[in-house]
Ligand binder design. Structure first.
Ligand SMILES: Cc1cc2nc3c(=O)[nH]c(=O)nc-3n(C[C@H](O)[C@H](O)[C@H](O)COP(=O)(O)OP(=O)(O)OC[C@H]3O[C@@H](n4cnc5c(N)ncnc54)[C@H](O)[C@@H]3O)c2cc1C
Length: 507
């Protein structure tokens, strides 16, 4: 099997986009006929260059990369995000009818502009797709947005307008992530009566770090020289701690990072190797940017003008004797494997809540028995490779994976190519640490917290602050080497206990 083929059937439920002309492309949704939605670009001179790879220079190039099948990496049938996009397209069609009706009413005395669904440009579906990759549902608000009360009434026209504006702002920043996006930049395209929604969407996106973040001068120059907000002690200088530190500094907080080791980066560490006049780097920890579209690391790489190296789509398999597996056989077994996953998925739907008590392994085993007698040893061994790959991708035995929830993180997958950063991810760590006050070799053992602030103990030292942000790995929390005083709330303790993780090491 060659996963790089462009056969829609091999893409399962990922949306994919085809194009002959980079300025005109078509989104094909799974389970829909091709040419579902055609999105002609309204502005042919527009060259947004939002791609993390500077050599790939159009938005459609970037969206095209959604077509890469991920079966070899994670064999999963998926549906959530696409049905959301499907719904959004429907909403847009309904909206355009609504707009027509409202336009007819414009001259009547009862016309109220706030009843109208705005038209920002003709790229609403493209912008929805970008929003989707950034983690927003295409046609609705996130729970976080609802909680932040971004609109006065959930549902209805105000919400549709908010989503259109939010998606447009996201798109505008992703076109050029080296800039600082202000509200004023949208005054010419967003109707005046929607100023409050523009405020709301812009504030939400900036305050939650969806736009205007990173390591370029336009952004880091805005870090106030004198912090005006309370002090935050951040524990851990991994990517989570560093990203939080930069963002809090940008918002004006006084930040101190306490890191247990002698270096920053945590589970990301690029080892430099030199010899014979050659220099190379190997990532001993996190290496692949698993989808560059919604991935903040993809944005950092673009800001640093790093040319990303796409992970090859081809993943040829080899037999134990070192010879490549016959392609037809490979294809046949992979098809059977995908079919099994689909059957398991259907079974889950049929079982409803009962599926929570069944493991994915048990479900697959039931179906596998149907095949067992019909296959030879090589086919079985290939099939087992797929199961092993599934276990690797999920960091757990399939017998321990829940049939109901094993793929619950799929909606959060970041679209786009899987890439390496030549020279190693240490470049990202290096950029993130710039001007961040980090104290190394401070292994935290105690966190006292209360209404009058926090005290963080590391060795014989005690650091005082207004707040503490703890970014240590789950394993450290499970191990209990940090004492929280008072003890963490029960729901957090339960979460720490219940959550598991697998082991991934690189020799
Ligand atoms: C081998 C390997 C390969 C991986 N490959 C990929 C990949 O290809 N793609 C991908 O996206 N992800 C990959 N990951 C996962 C990714 O590296 C992590 O998800 C990510 O780096 C976690 O960042 P973090 O900041 O949350 O935690 P960490 O990086 O673990 O940072 C936590 C920091 O806290 C510090 N700390 C811990 N305890 C204390 C204490 N008591 N006091 C003070 N400091 C403390 C640690 O030293 C560390 O610096 C891989 C991970 C590993 C191990």
């Amino acid at each position: 099997m060659d996963p790089s083929d462009n056969n829609p059937s091999s893409h399962q439920s990922l949306p994919y986009i085809t194009s002959n002309n980079p300025l005109q492309f078509t989104i094909h949704l799974p389970n829909s006929t091709p040419n579902f939605t055609s999105i002609p670009n309204s502005n042919p001179s527009h060259d947004p260059n939002p791609n993390p790879n500077p050599h790939s220079d159009s938005i459609s190039d970037q969206l095209l990369s959604l077509s890469i099948p991920t079966k070899r990496r994670r064999g999963r049938p998926r549906s959530t995000t696409t049905s959301s996009l499907d719904q959004f397209s429907k909403t847009l069609v309904e909206n355009s009818n609504l707009v027509r009706n409202l336009t007819a009413r414009k001259n009547t005395a009862s016309f109220d502009a706030s009843d109208e669904i705005i038209v920002i440009n003709k790229e609403a579906t493209t912008e929805a797709l970008i929003a989707l990759t950034a983690g927003f549902p295409a046609d609705s608000l996130t729970d976080e947005e609802i909680e932040a009360e971004v609109v006065s009434v959930v549902g209805g026209i105000e919400q549709v307008n908010y989503i259109l504006i939010r998606n447009h702002i996201l798109m505008k920043w992703r076109v050029n992530v080296s800039t600082w996006i202000t509200k004023e930049m949208f005054f010419d395209v967003i109707p005046k009566h929607c100023n409050a929604l523009l405020d709301s969407a812009h504030n939400y996106l900036v305050s939650r770090g969806y736009i205007n973040f990173g390591v370029v001068p336009a952004i880091k120059d805005r870090i106030p020289a004198e912090p005006s907000k309370p002090s935050v002690i951040i524990i851990g200088a991994g990517l989570a701690g560093l990203a939080a530190a930069r963002q809090l500094m940008l918002f004006g907080f006084k930040v101190t990072v306490l890191e247990g080791r002698k270096r920053a980066g945590g589970r990301v560490y690029s080892k430099k190797m030199e010899g014979g006049n050659k220099v190379a780097a190997a990532d001993l920890g996190g290496s692949v940017l698993t989808g560059t579209l919604g991935n903040p690391l993809g944005i950092l790489a673009r800001q640093l003008s790093c040319t990303l190296h796409k992970v090859r789509d081809k993943c040829p398999l080899y037999r134990v004797d070192g010879k490549p597996v016959d392609q037809d056989l490979d294809h046949k077994v992979e098809t059977a494997y995908n079919l099994l996953l689909e059957k398991a998925s259907k079974l889950r739907q049929l079982m409803g809540e009962v599926s929570q008590d069944v493991s994915l392994g048990a479900a697959l085993e039931t179906f596998r028995q149907d095949y067992e007698d019909a296959v030879n040893e090589e086919e079985m061994s290939l099939f087992n490779w797929h199961l092993a790959n599934l276990e690797y991708a999920n960091a757990g035995l399939i017998s321990k994976l829940s049939l109901a929830f094993w793929d619950q993180d799929d909606p959060f997958d970041m679209g786009g190519d899987h890439c390496f950063l030549p020279g190693g991810n240490g470049k990202l760590v290096h950029a993130l640490t710039e001007n961040v006050p980090i104290l190394y070799e401070k292994i935290v053992h105690t966190i006292r917290y209360g209404t009058d602030g926090v005290q963080v103990g590391a060795g014989a030292q005690v650091f005082e602050g207004d707040m503490v942000l703890c970014t240590v790995p789950l394993g450290v929390l499970k191990g209990g080497s940090i004492k929280f005083m008072p003890e963490l709330p029960q729901r957090k303790l339960d979460g720490i206990k219940r959550l598991g993780f697998g082991l991934l090491n690189k020799g």
